[in-house]
Design a protein around this ligand. Sequence first.
Ligand code: NAP
Ligand code: HSE
Length: 430
Amino acid sequence: VAVEVVVGFLGCGVVGSAALRLLRDHRADIERRSGCRFEVSRILVRDAHRSRDVPVSPELFTTESRDVLAGQDVAVVVELMGGIEPARTLVLEAFRAGKHVVTANKELLANHGRELFEEAEANGVNLSFEAAVAGGIPLIHPLTRALAGERLTRVLGIVNGTTNYVLSRMTDDGMSFGEALAEAERLGFAERDPSDDIEGFDAAAKCAILATVAFDTPVVAGDVYREGISRVSAEDVEFADRLGYVVKLLAVAELEEGDLAVRVHPAMIPRHHPLASVRDSYNAVFVEGPKVGQLMFYGRGAGGDPTATAVVGDLVEVGRSLKDGRTGVMLASRFSEERRIRAMEAMESQYYLLLDVIDRPGVLAQIAGAFGQNKVSIKSVWQEGFGDDALLVMITHRANEGALQQTARDLRALEPVLEVRSVMRVEGAE
Ligand code: NAP
Ligand code: HSE
C-alpha cells in the first residue's frame, strides 16, 4: 500500500510547473517505484493570481511561506524559486521543522552549501540537489554513490545550456549573440537574470558543486576562476571555425599535486573532440579517475522537463527512505577535505591570440620577441589583410597562464600592435 507523502513547493516557474506536470503524468510509475503517493499541499509564488499551465487547484498557490512550511503534514519541501534569499532562510526553516528538502538551486548551494548541509545533518533530514547541476543529467548520484570508491582526478565539461545554445547558434547558423540569447530565454533555459549564464556565474556555481562532491572539499562559487562568453566575438567564432576549432564555455575541476584547480572560461576545442559535438542546450561532463578511467555524461542540461526528472527522482528517493524509516542523509562531514585552491596563473594551456597589427618589415620579429622573452612558444601564425589593416592569428604551444598574460601585456605596449583583440585558451589539442 502506497504511503502518502505530503510535499510543499517553493516556486512554480519553468522547473516547478514541469515537476508538477511530471508528478501528475507519471503518477502510477512514480507510485510503483517509490511506494509513495506524493500529494502537493501548498505552492509559494510571488503572484498567486496569475493563471498557470499546471495541473493543480488554484487554491494551492500562496504568497505566504508559512502556508508551505508550517504544515505539520508536509514531509518534503521542493525549493524551485532560485536566488539566495529568501530561498536560504526558507530552506533552513524547513530543516528546523524536520522537513527534507529537494532543490535545483545551484546559486544557493554554491554559496551556502556548508551551512545547509550542517543544518540538514543537525536535524536528521536530507538535502537533495541532483537538479542543481546539468539539469536532466544524473551526475550528483553517480558521483556520490556509484563512484564513492574511486579517487577522482578531474571533472570537465559543458554545464551551462544557455551559453552552449548561444555559441551553437552563432557557430552553426551565424545568428547574432543577441538573437541567440533571446531564443534561449524564450525556451526557458536562461536564468531570471541571463547575465548569470553569459558571465559564467551559473557555470561557476555548478563547477563549485561538482568540485565539492567529486573531491569531498568544500568549494564555493568565489573559489572558481570565472570568465563568461560576453567577450567572445563573432570574429573569434569564425576564426575558430576556419582553424578547425569550436568555442565552448568549459568548467574544469581538477586535482593538481593535491591542490584543486577550479575554473570556468571559454575555450577553443578541436572540432574532432567529443565536447565539440555537444550543441544547443545539451551539456556533457567528463569524469576521470585512475580506476574507472574516463566517463562521459551527456544530455539536456537545461529546460523545465529534463530538470523536473531530476527533481522528481530526488523526491522518489526521499519517499523511499521515508517509507523504509531511514534518512539517507548526505553528511556535512563528507565535505571535509582541506585543499588549496590553485591560482589561475599557475595553470597551463595552449592559447589563441588575435592581434590587429601594422604590416611592415620587422613587425613579426618584434611580436615573436615578446613571446620569446616570456618563454611562450608559438605553434602557428596566420596573417589576414595587409598594410594598416592586418590581423595576426596566433596559436601557442602549451604555456604557463601567468607568462601568457604577461606576453599579452607586452604585446599591447608594442607600437605596431594596434590592439590585442582576443586571447582565448585552446584545450584538448596538445
Ligand atoms: P523561474 O521560472 O523564474 O521560477 C521561479 C519561481 O519561484 C516562480 O514561480 C516565482 O513566482 C517563484 N519565486 C521566486 N522568487 C520568489 C519570492 N521571493 N517569493 C515567492 N515566490 C518566488 O525559475 P526556474 O527556471 O524554474 O528555476 C528555478 C530554479 O531551478 C533556479 O534555482 C534555477 O537556477 C534552477 N534550474 C533551472 C533550470 C532551467 O532550465 N530553468 C535548470 C536547472 C536548474 P512567480 O511564478 O509568481 O513569479
Ligand atoms: N540557466 C541554466 C543553464 C539552467 O542554462 O544551464 C540549467 O541549470
